[in-house]
Design a protein around this ligand. Structure first.
Ligand code: NBG
Length: 753
């Protein structure tokens, strides 16, 4: 079959672009189907509330080996594939790294030939669409399925009746095929509730969260600042896992399991705490099918494994018992008995399932009743073992293990940076495309002047391409000859966009005082703030105000500009990351679990400016100190400081007048006339009085390190060498490696084939 067969043999130029897009989508979907699924007795079920899959067209074309053929076929009639790609709506079914990781994992699972499904929810609207109005974030619903447009999602005739406390919900299963690179397919399987009703959505992303039947799957993450929102979240979680549990049991029985041997048929990965209720639900269902409680507990423990993605205590979910009694009353007796089992063995209140206030702690359920607990980067896992979860580590040292995150190189190099991928092929052959470790062969070319020159040229071209895209996307004009200094990730205080903001202010003040940065810099932010996270929105506001203050100052803007990408998402990341010079990874040490953006930037030849946090530590070990710029407090110092509780922001402001001046600029008249004084003052007060994520102690070192970087950028060849080492050493961060590690240590699905 050819694309032509899908246009009823009409010439492409006789079709509308939308018709062509629809034809292409059907063509690719059929080609995927023809590959078949990875199959075997044992299967991985990766349950996750988020799958930030992004657009699928290019990736599927690459994975199916059709990219060149389709591009050329279209080009022969004067049509650019990229024009058609614009029709695809991005499914933003995730927030950030956690959801994107799940999507990269599905790609690698399929590629490695492992039988695997992703299981989650079919949200009608993904993460909100962000726009900037009056220099503030506003949110609108993101309808990613549109009438008249083909989609990858397919309705199945699988349905379940899910019993909630107050009503029974009927579900329908939808599926999206996940193509493996040069391989067979896996599946993303998403459940929807049949009664969902988009008319419930009122203004913006507001809706009546009390109407559970109609509202259950409308949005990824209901507003959790209200009780109704939090309750709906629990409904979502139970709906997700109740469906997943039924599907898993049905499938395993169909493959021959008698349930006693479930562990030979299924490996369930609980991605963060959101799917935790699958544990009591499975125990309950097994008991319903005649298995005794002790055995049910031990079966579930041997099937399930848990991944922790954060050390922020507030992100470890705990739900009031009253919520669970309302949502899934049938689960509470199971949870009570699990809690009793724990209490019978351990006195320590820290490890009990139900706390003194009657909250059910999801992570505690996970740790006791799964066989594996993993962190997502070396440092993160050490912190879990030695501080955050130390009492658990003392009980179960054998359960704890590390699986450093990874990214799929199909999307994050081959698809988003084809010029670089082709140049790597020229230098070392195409073997790296299947075995990422082969990228290290690039090290042998460290003195290849022609290669270094082309790395610099490719970067320049990507910067131009990004600048063009940004102008078209939101009308923002930036200079592609300036340094692109990029921080793109969720907006969160611990990630410290505010530290970068303070650097921008200080640099502006320096410029006005006649001290110029080594070369012109464009600081590019991409970030969404959770709708109810006030300070995060204040930070966005301050960034947008400062950006306009600088633009209004012709002398300053020649040296410094700030651009903030509107509605940063996977598609924007694919354009931004290949264009980056400086990759900002500046979380407060100990707070970021892994990061995956850091890996994407490195793979595309950016050099990291980072704290010794998360996977930055491993990047630093791999590339060596000449090829990364690190600064700031160590994680140990931070952990000790929190333990002592003696951090005093005032002392830093007193000692460093330039820091004080930068901070106070946030509320000066120039800023106030641009923006909302209340927001600016709140941010100012928050930093001045609290600065919970310790930007001040790291400020001076951050500024000095960034200055060094800007100076080093002057030597193009030396910089290209750093870029080359970063690309060469990125192989370790392929999600193929991560998934192979999970399979070897936790799932053993490959060996069961
Ligand atoms: C995020 C961490 C990141 C990490 C991703 C993927 C949550 C709860 N955690 O550091 O903040 O890279 O998970 O593991 O979103």
């Amino acid at each position: 079959m050819k694309l032509r067969d899908y246009t009823e043999n009409r010439k492409f130029t006789d079709c509308t672009r939308l018709e062509l897009f629809n034809a292409l989508l059907r063509y690719v979907a059929d080609a995927a189907k023809a590959r078949g699924y990875n199959e075997g007795r044992k299967k991985v079920y990766y349950i996750s509330a988020e799958f930030l899959i992004g657009k699928l067209l290019s990736n599927n074309l690459i994975n199916l080996g059709l990219y060149g053929e389709v591009r050329d076929e279209l080009a022969a009639e004067g049509i650019a594939l990229s024009e058609l790609e614009e029709f695809e709506l991005e499914p933003s079914l995730g927030n950030g790294g956690l959801g994107r990781l799940a999507a990269c994992f599905l790609d690698s699972l399929a590629t490695l030939g492992l039988p695997a499904d992703g299981l989650g929810l079919a949200y009608h609207c993904g993460l909100f669409r962000q726009s900037f109005v009056d220099r503030q974030q506003t949110e609108a619903p993101d309808h990613w399925l549109k009438w008249g447009q083909e989609s990858w999602m397919r309705r199945t005739d699988v349905h379940y009746d899910i019993p909630f406390g107050d009503f029974t919900a009927r579900s329908t299963l939808y599926e999206i095929d996940v193509t493996g690179y040069q391989g067979k397919c896996g599946r993303l399987r998403l459940f929807d509730v049949d009664t969902a009703d988009e008319r419930l959505i009122k203004s913006g992303i507001g809706f009546d969260a009390r109407d559970v039947a109609r509202g259950l799957t409308l949005f990824l993450y209901p507003d959790d600042s209200t009780e109704q929102g939090r309750l709906l979240r629990v409904y979502q979680e139970y709906f997700m896992v109740a469906n997943a549990a039924r599907l898993i049991l049905d499938e395993c029985v169909a493959r021959g399991s008698d349930l006693h041997d479930l562990a030979d048929y299924a490996a369930i990965q609980i991605n963060d705490t959101h799917p935790t209720l699958v544990i009591p639900e499975l125990i309950r269902l097994l008991q319903e099918r005649g298995i005794g409680e002790d055995e049910a507990v031990s079966i579930v423990r041997s099937v399930c494994a848990y991944t922790n993605h954060t050390i922020l205590a507030e992100a470890l979910e705990k739900w009031p018992r009253a919520y669970l009694e309302k949502v899934a009353p049938q689960l509470m007796p199971v949870i009570d008995r699990l809690d009793a089992r724990v209490r019978a063995k351990y006195d320590d209140p820290f490890v009990q399932i139900i706390d003194e206030q009657g909250n059910v702690r999801m992570a505690n359920l996970d740790i006791h009743f799964t066989h594996s607990v993993n962190g997502v980067a070396k440092l993160h896992t050490e912190i879990l073992k030695n501080s955050e979860l130390a009492p658990f580590y003392a009980i179960y040292p054998e359960k704890f293990n590390n699986k450093t995150n990874g990214i799929t190189f199909r999307r994050w190099l081959m698809s988003c940076n084809p010029a670089l991928a082709a140049r790597i092929d020229d230098a070392i052959g195409a073997g790296w495309r299947r075995d990422s470790a082969e990228l290290e062969k690039l090290l042998a070319h460290i003195d290849d002047a022609a290669l270094l020159t082309s790395l610099a040229e490719i970067k320049r071209a990507n910067k131009r391409r990004f600048a063009d895209w940004l102008r078209g996307h939101q009308g923002t004009v930036i200079d592609p000859d300036s340094v692109f200094d990029v921080q793109s990730k969720r907006l969160h205080e611990y990630k410290r966009q505010q530290l970068n903001l303070l650097w921008c202010v200080r640099t502006l003040l320096d410029i006005r005082a006649g001290i110029l940065p080594e070369r012109p810099v464009t600081v590019i932010f991409g970030a969404k703030a959770a709708p109810a996270y006030t300070i995060a929105k204040d930070i966005i506001h301050a960034i947008l105000c400062l950006s306009d203050v600088i633009d209004a100052d012709p002398a300053a803007r020649r040296h410094l500009r700030i651009a903030m990408v509107e509605n940063y998402n996977v598609s924007a990341a694919e354009k931004l990351i290949p264009a980056c010079d400086i990759s900002e990874q500046i979380s407060l040490a100990s707070k970021e679990a892994s990061g995956t953006g850091n890996m994407k930037f490195m793979l595309n030849g950016a050099v990291t400016l980072g704290t010794l946090d998360d996977a930055n530590v491993e990047i630093a070990e791999l590339v060596g100190p000449e090829n990364i710029y690190t600064f700031g407090l160590s994680s140990e110092a931070v952990i000790n400081s929190y333990a002592r509780g003696d951090y005093d922001p005032a002392a830093y402001l007193e000692a460093d007048p330039r820091l004080k001046a930068a901070l106070d600029f946030l509320v000066c008249d120039e800023m106030r006339t641009m923006g909302d004084a209340a927001r600016l003052e709140r941010l100012h007060a928050e930093l001045q009085n609290k600065d919970w994520f310790m930007t001040f102690p790291d400020f001076a070192d951050y500024c000095a390190t960034k200055a060094r970087m800007l100076a080093d950028l002057g030597d193009e060849a030396a910089w290209a060498r750093k870029a080359l080492v970063n690309i060469a050493m990125a192989g370790y961060f392929s999600s193929d490696r991560t998934i192979a590690d999970y399979d070897r240590d936790i799932w053993q699905v490959g060996s069961a084939r």
